[in-house]
Design a binder for this molecule. Structure first.
Ligand code: 5GP
Ligand code: ZN
Length: 195
């Protein structure tokens, strides 16, 4: 039996299990990359964790780190193989963001000058104190919990909130702590508390 979690209704879990065919390009113990069946441009591929996770927010730190580690290599191969001028890496999460398959996947889409793909996102500058308010709301959420689906202890000097991949390996050295963005944020929060 596979050690990866699986959803019997999920088409990408079926691809992982080999129950439906795919044009597989790369396989590791925990991830696969394969061509998108209905590409934006030729060479458009998908990289997925083998374990079922509905979207990016549901990925464990280890899954994200592993899938992320494959992106540069795959992007270089796609760019070279297609003669692309560049590429987009896209992760749609949720219907509103265009996700149609509920197993987290990273698109690598090769791009050429003059191709028919458009990226027409409207940008609107913040007004007044909107930026500061949005920033503090997100910071509060980050302080509340540093891992999805896992309550997190409050950040303090004695008990810094480390991601599970670091904590489980028992390598929570001061170097690891100082690298973790949540700890940096904790330090900043404490500094601002003192003001
Ligand atoms: P989303 O819209 O969820 O971000 O992207 C889903 C992608 O999966 C689409 O680009 C779609 O073409 C691709 N896709 C859907 N079903 C299959 C399939 O059975 N095999 C492959 N290779 N790609 C698929
Ligand atoms: Zn799945």
């Amino acid at each position: 039996m596979s050690r990866h979690s699986s959803d019997p209704a999920c088409i990408f879990c079926k691809i992982v299990a080999g129950e439906i065919p795919s044009s597989k390009l790369l396989e590791t113990d925990d991830a696969i990359a394969f061509l998108d069946i209905n590409p934006v441009n030729h060479g458009h591929l998908l990289v997925i964790p083998k374990g079922h996770a509905a979207n990016l927010a549901e990925l464990s730190d280890d899954q994200a780190a592993h899938v992320g580690s494959l992106l540069p290599r795959l992007s270089r191969a796609v760019r070279a193989a297609t003669g692309a001028d560049g590429f987009n890496v896209v992760v749609n999460s949720g219907r509103v963001a265009g996700q149609t398959v509920d197993h987290c996947h990273f698109h690598i889409i090769p791009r050429r000058d003059g191709d028919p793909v458009h990226w027409p996102w409207p940008h609107t500058p913040y007004q007044g104190d909107e930026l500061a308010r949005v920033k503090s709301r997100i910071e509060a959420e980050l302080r509340r919990g540093c891992a999805v689906n896992r309550p997190c202890v409050p950040i303090s000097h004695k008990n810094p909130c480390l991601p599970p991949c670091i904590a489980s390996r028992r390598v929570a050295t001061s170097r690891a702590r100082s690298r973790h963005p949540m700890v940096d944020m904790g330090s900043r929060a404490r500094a601002s508390d003192r003001r």
